[in-house]
Design a binder for this molecule. Structure first.
Ligand code: BG6
Ligand code: MG
Length: 223
């Protein structure tokens, strides 16, 4: 089966907004007197806002200390901090190699999609000037199951009208890699701290990615 589409995660793959998520959670955690560090943050990558909050509370043994309303307020606050940081993004924040890869792929007739569970994904893409370079941007508000569930990747494939096995998924998180593999896409990991299934191909940074590299390595599942 020929490669037909590239399905990108956003945060940490297209731009370093994974760092902005970290900073926003860190600010909230500090205000609440909770511990939170970059190591704990790894487990939050690709995970929805409310699930991320639950992980932070659980790590601090205080999941039951707050009501559902309080938790909603905390998640809202974190999002306000995050949105402020998003407004500082510019084209310069596109990670190395990404724009060239997207342009090369489209020039060769491949489709491109964004599979991000972030409700802020459209704004991030606008800020960095890439909103018009994707055929599909999955609507995070409609996704019921966060990564590691394959739902968002399958949604992208379906909206593109392409068999998932003809797609490459690119991710920086373990949850995302699991989602790509369950969707039967070829999984490319970008500096993933592997704690579960390994991606089919791993690179140390986005700067190592090129369409040539992907075409050389791609093998459809089951072939
Ligand atoms: C993912 C990030 O892309 O989106 C997570 O990796 C984040 O860290 C999730 O929690 C949800 O994002 P948002 O912007 O809807 O809170
Ligand atoms: Mg990510």
């Amino acid at each position: 089966m020929e490669l037909k589409a590239l399905v990108f995660d956003l945060d940490g793959v297209i731009t370093d907004s994974a760092e902005l998520h970290y900073q926003a959670w860190k600010k909230l955690a500090t205000e609440l007197g909770l511990t939170f560090d970059r190591e704990q943050n790894e487990a939050l990558k690709g995970v929805s806002r409310m699930d991320s909050l639950e992980i932070i509370l659980k790590n601090n043994h205080c999941s039951d200390a707050y009501s559902a309303e309080e938790k909603e307020t905390f998640a809202f606050r974190k999002n306000e901090y995050y949105k402020e940081l998003v407004e500082t993004l510019t084209e310069k924040d596109i990670l190395p190699g990404i724009k060239a890869l997207v342009l090369d792929a489209r020039a060769k007739g491949l489709k491109t999609a964004i599979a991000s569970v972030s409700k802020n994904a459209p704004r991030v893409l606008e800020r960095i000037g890439l909103a018009d370079y994707f055929d599909v941007i999955a609507d995070a508000a409609k996704v019921r199951n966060s990564k590691p569930d394959p739902e968002i990747f399958l949604t992208c494939a379906q909206q593109l009208g392409i068999d998932p096995r003809a797609c490459i998924g690119l991710e920086d998180s373990q949850a995302g890699i699991e989602g790509i593999l369950s969707a039967k896409m070829y999984a490319v990991g970008i500096n993933v701290t592997v704690t579960g299934s390994s991606p089919d191909l791993m690179v140390g940074s986005t700067g190592e990615l090129s369409l040539d590299l992907l075409l050389k390595n791609f093998v459809a599942k089951g072939e």
